[in-house]
Design a protein around this ligand. Structure first.
Ligand code: PEP
Ligand code: MG
Length: 580
């Protein structure tokens, strides 16, 4: 039994056999298959060789048609490396006798050939190195691609283990067959973690090298609540964790049932509206079950994750209209696509930016993908005829960016009006405050915005220069840092002075350690992962708004994150003792 410590990404406990997903960069680690899986592994290898051969033949034909048969001969070396009986024998022996996975056998054998050709002086033979590399990659692509597709058709729920999972890969996971997941990289507010929470899949990220240490089929426990992974647990540990998993679900459901219709009001009568952060409209019924009073953040970039084609206006429109119908008169805040950074549509360009988090992401990317931006805005406006919609622009960095976004919206409005298409002319339009520059000019923005939504996930990242997806600096990602608190305070003050709505929609609003502070700073609306709503509501109901105000005043005088956090914990556990 081995215990690994990582970062809690989504609460709950999952137990099951490990299924390893290797990365697209083909960092294949040494792994074995169980004895009973050897025949199936050989079958997978043969299948991958056959598909690779077909692919090479297709490419050869295409090349021959284009530039003549003589040049197409370069593909013969690929065919040779795929079919050579000595290579195939060596691959199969590795699987049969050493129980290597097909991926590991391929990587081991072809790397040996690569080294061999590399050491040869003759120029002609040295050129073979690239053919060996190509063949290895081609085979791995077929093996791993098949694995990724297999995810949809698993029969026993597995624990997925990967170096990394992209947010859109996570969004496509099915809770029916993925009990939990564990990754080498990632931080607590990475979008992968956010999506795991939304899908209620227990997850631990930032484990360092779990994907190298676990073999496919190993029994694994993912304790997403404590951020632990246990490999090959003994019987007692497995039994204990099964019970913990059941208790977690029962507690979570009974709390949701008990508090769903209880008003979210402090002991001295201050109402604090709790809204849901969602990625997909199918989360709405669950969010309402958890007591959400509406959707405070629809992250629309996930709606079409994995779809290569740009969504049409009609697809956007129907999605928002259906969401409004499910909400039955409750509000829906639609954030325009926040792509880039760690979130990409499949096949979209731009991944190669040197610093994607500081690069062309979010609103900046929307201005460059102006047609897609207009399409989405038209659809949101059209949906506004069917319910209470608010439009939210992500990552506004300055007044001029805000005006530019408003300008595009105005054009779209004018066009819809002249075409006689119905929409609500008073749809509120707001800015996410998630870059320090926006927080610092919040007073100017507040004069032109209808509302603010504070995105603490990015605000912390940009304020502290700490990448939110990098587990190596996760310790420095401190929501209680005085600089972060001042930016939040500044924003709330600006909103209050201008008389506009302000809410917090970053992960801070789902962390009970910060509930008292946020209420004390004057926040009367928070948007959070639905699964966290009952716990936060329970704390709100135990608070006194005046005491919370005193706490916020004290916290804003402090200079150190750890000391501030200690004070918040102490005061929170005094008001709500079950949180400690
Ligand atoms: C945020 O940055 O706090 C936020 C809510 O947006 P996202 O997590 O999608 O970047
Ligand atoms: Mg953000």
């Amino acid at each position: 039994m081995e215990i690994l410590k990582g970062i809690s990404a989504a609460p709950g406990v999952a137990i099951g056999p490990a299924m390893i997903l290797d990365t697209e960069e083909y960092r294949i680690s040494r792994r074995t298959v169980p004895v009973a899986g050897v025949d199936e592994a050989i079958e997978r290898l043969r299948h991958a060789i056959a598909s690779s051969r077909e692919e090479v033949e297709g490419e050869k034909r295409l090349f021959s048609d284009r530039v003549g048969p003589r040049f197409a001969e370069i593909f013969s070396a690929h065919e040779w490396f795929l079919e050579d009986p000595a290579i195939v024998r060596e691959l199969e022996t590795g699987i049969r006798e050493k129980r290597y996975t097909p991926e590991y056998a391929v990587s081991r054998v072809y790397r040996r050939y690569r080294k061999m050709f590399d050491e040869i002086e003759s120029g002609h033979l040295r050129q073979r190195v690239s053919d060996v590399v190509d063949t290895e990659r081609r085979l791995l692509r077929h093996l791993l691609g098949a694995r990724r597709k297999d995810l949809a058709s698993l029969e026993v729920p597995v624990v997925l283990v990967a170096h990394d999972l992209t947010p859109s890969e996570t969004a496509r996971l099915d809770r029916k067959n993925i009990a939990g997941f564990a990754t080498d990289v990632g931080g607590p507010t990475s979008h992968t973690a956010i999506v795991a929470r939304a899908l209620e899949i227990p997850a631990v990220v930032g484990l360092g090298s779990v994907s190298m240490e676990v073999s496919g089929g190993d029994e694994m426990i993912v304790d997403g609540t404590r951020g632990l992974v246990i490999v090959s647990p003994d019987t007692d540990t497995a039994k204990k964790h099964r019970a913990m998993g059941r208790n977690f679900h029962e507690h979570e459901r009974s709390l949701a049932r008990k508090l769903r219709d209880v008003p979210s009001v402090t002991r001295d009568g201050q109402a604090v509206r709790l809204m849901a952060n969602i990625e997909l409209p199918l989360e709405i019924p669950g969010a309402l079950e958890h007591g959400a009073e509406g959707v405070g953040l629809l992250r629309t970039e996930f709606l079409f994750a994995g779809v290569r084609e740009e969504p049409t206006e009609q697809q956007h429109f129907e999605t928002y209209r259906d969401a409004l119908q499910t909400l039955g008169g409750r509000p829906l805040v639609v954030r325009t696509q926040d792509l880039g950074g760690d979130k990409y549509l499949d096949g979209s360009e731009g991944r190669e930016e040197p610093n994607p988090i500081l690069g062309c992401r979010s609103l900046r990317l929307s201005f460059q993908r102006i047609d897609a931006f207009r399409t989405q805005l038209r659809a949101i406006l059209r949906a506004s005829a069917h319910g209470k919609v608010r439009i939210l622009f992500p990552m506004v960095g300055s007044l001029s960016e805000w005006r530019q976004a408003r300008g595009v919206l105005e054009e779209v409005r004018t066009h819809l009006r002249s075409s006689g298409v119905p929409f609500d002319p008073d749809v509120p339009v707001g800015a996410m405050i998630e870059v320090p520059s926006a927080a610092l000019v919040a007073r100017h923005l507040a004069r032109e915005c209808d509302f603010f939504s504070i995105g603490t996930n990015d605000l912390i990242q940009y304020c502290l220069a700490v990448d939110r997806v990098n587990e190596r600096v996760a310790m420095l990602y401190q929501p209680a840092h005085p600089a972060v608190l001042r930016l939040i305070h500044e924003t709330v003050q600006a909103a209050q002075e201008a008389g506009i709505h302000v809410s917090v929609c970053g992960e801070m609003s789902g962390d009970v350690q910060f509930t008292m502070l946020l209420v004390g700073m004057g926040l009367r609306e928070m948007s959070l992962a639905p699964i966290l709503i009952p716990e936060v509501k329970r704390v709100i109901c135990a608070l006194d708004a005046n005491a919370a105000r005193d706490l916020a005043r004290k916290a804003l005088q402090m200079g150190d994150a750890a000391e501030t956090l200690a004070l918040l914990r102490e005061q929170t556990s005094e008001a709500a003792p079950w949180t400690s």
